[in-house]
Design a protein around this ligand. Structure first.
Ligand SMILES: [Zn+2]
Length: 414
């Protein structure tokens, strides 16, 4: 029997996405034989309402040293983090000599804004390659996993934290109780814990199943965040919808009773109740929606292959891994993927082993159709690659409604 990773209530999966490789596990041909697979199955805990995947692969396997995601490769993300830092400096850093900590600080893209303002920081990042990038950029970083023991150590050396950030990382750490204990230990009495994560409602309403994978052990609703962190004396006092990763939420928490709770928190919880976000019937609708979306995508690609069309994929990332493997596409269906991250180029995609090429390769070898896997950036990509459409190329956008866009922006819903 599986148990909730937070409250240990028995849970059972409401669907399966089948056998999955690690979403970021881009690999070399000599490693194909050792590739790790698990069955991707989500569940929702009846007691605490936490949406989670069951049979989670070990964190250490997931965030191995070759882990390829680098925040600074996204210009959009850099701007987003800069604005977040400006807001926090203005609103929450009121004490003398404040101290800002970030869990999962990646290449230091957020903390660098505080360093520039002369504020003490510490990044905590277990992935060595990106942690070294942060250090080289002048962001003090410790290469470790965050937990209570680590929090005690940091507090002893640098004092309690005015702000603790977790940007697209709190959903990734399977030991949620160690995270909770650690934050409780390290946060100042008037401190604020701010985290951003993909929002469960956006996943369910938009059938955005590619947000569910090994790294996103949890997908949070406002209700579940309120339930979980109250165990650690932290009160959810504010939320903000943000447009990253195709629908996310920023959660603001502080020691219980230390801040006024904004009405937006209860309003959103009521909204989640109204749409029955946590009910079995809703999850069943979601499952059917995912299956229909997969079947439509497969029908389209197989039809094009029957017509001997060439198909490529734009953006080799977690979203492409989940969609490709759930739809069981192979290198016979998709000729190549392209990505601007050098660490992924000349490797093969997880599971399907589709070769990953450079954007320059794409521009020299236009296929007939190109799938935009990061569907939330479709507009940005289309405007960057206008020539593809001019040359007669067509985009396939696997959004909630599968969309094909051809010459002169002509759009077809499948
Ligand atoms: Zn639970």
């Amino acid at each position: 029997m599986n148990r909730c990773l937070f409250c240990e209530n028995p849970i059972s999966a409401f669907m399966t996405f089948g056998r999955m490789p690690l979403a970021s596990g881009f690999l070399l041909p000599e490693d194909f034989g050792d590739e790790y697979y698990y069955e991707l199955k989500p569940a929702l805990c009846d007691a605490c309402k936490l949406f989670q995947i069951v049979d989670v692969p070990d964190n250490k396997r997931v965030f191995h040293s070759g882990y390829t995601h680098v925040t600074s490769t996204s210009a959009f993300m850099i701007q987003h983090l800069k604005h977040l830092a400006q807001d926090v400096i203005q609103e929450y850093l009121v004490d003398e000599d404040p101290f800002v900590v970030e869990i999962g600080s990646n290449d230091g893209s957020l903390l660098t804004n505080f360093v520039q303002a002369g504020i003490r920081v510490l990044g905590i990042e277990p992935a060595r390659a990106v942690a070294e990038m942060a250090r080289n950029a002048g962001v003090k970083t410790t290469i470790k996993y965050f937990n209570e023991e680590m929090a005690v150590e940091v507090k002893k050396q640098a004092g309690p934290a005015d702000i603790i950030f977790g940007i697209n990382v709190i959903a990734h750490i399977s030991d949620i109780n160690a995270t909770g204990e650690g934050i409780k230990t390290l946060l100042k009495d008037n401190g604020v814990f701010i985290f951003e994560a993909v929002y469960l409602k956006d996943i369910v309403v938009n059938n955005a199943y590619s947000q569910i994978y090994d790294e996103h052990v949890f997908n949070y609703s406002v209700t579940s965040v309120k339930n979980i962190f109250s165990k650690y004396g932290l009160e959810l006092f504010n939320i903000k919808n943000i447009n990253t990763q195709g629908g996310s939420m920023r959660f603001y928490l502080a020691p219980t009773g230390s801040r006024e709770v904004k009405s937006s928190v209860d309003d959103q919880i009521k909204k989640e109740e109204r749409i029955h976000l946590h009910d079995e019937s809703t999850l069943d609708f979601f499952r059917i929606g995912c299956e229909q979306s997969r079947d439509r995508f497969r029908a389209l690609i197989f039809d094009l292959k029957n017509q001997k069309k060439h198909i490529g994929g734009y953006g080799a990332a977690t979203k492409s891994t989940i969609m490709i493997n759930y739809c069981q596409f192979t290198a016979q269906d998709i000729d190549y993927l392209i990505d601007s991250t050098p660490l992924k180029q000349n490797r093969a995609s997880p599971g399907a082993h589709i070769p990953v090429k450079t954007p320059a390769y794409f521009r020299a070898h236009y296929p007939d159709y190109m799938i935009i896997f990061p569907w939330n950036h479709a507009e940005e990509i289309r405007s960057k690659e206008k020539d593809f459409e001019t040359q007669g190329g067509q985009w396939i956008i696997p959004d909630k409604d599968l969309i094909v866009v051809g010459q002169n922006g002509e759009t077809k819903w499948i």
